[in-house]
Design a protein around this ligand. Structure first.
Ligand SMILES: [Zn+2]
Length: 93
């Protein structure tokens, strides 16, 4: 379904919902019943939300040019090694 806009000379603009491609050049006004001409407006296209668009661009770029890192990111590094020499003698996991 699509929403088509018409303008009544007496009552002003009003909307009519019909299947896509089945808009009539004139429709009777909801308020007074006069024949009203269709008004051509820009289509109501919804934009992709910014966060989703960024994720889609990153996904597409990663498919062709995966990012290569040279070191572990700071957020994923473990705690700094201990300065106490006795800790070096402990068994390793
Ligand atoms: Zn009217």
């Amino acid at each position: 379904m699509a929403t088509y806009q018409y303008r009544c000379a007496e009552c002003g603009p009003f909307d009519v919902r019909r299947p896509i491609g089945e808009a009539r050049p004139e429709e009777p006004c909801d308020g007074c019943g006069h024949r009203s001409r269709r008004v051509f407006t820009s289509p109501m296209l919804t934009r992709t939300p910014a966060a989703l668009a960024q994720a889609l661009r990153a996904q597409e770029a990663g498919a062709y040019e995966p990012r290569v890192v040279g070191e572990v990111p700071a957020a994923r590094r473990g705690p700094a090694p201990s300065a106490d020499p006795r800790h070096a003698l402990l068994p390793k996991p």
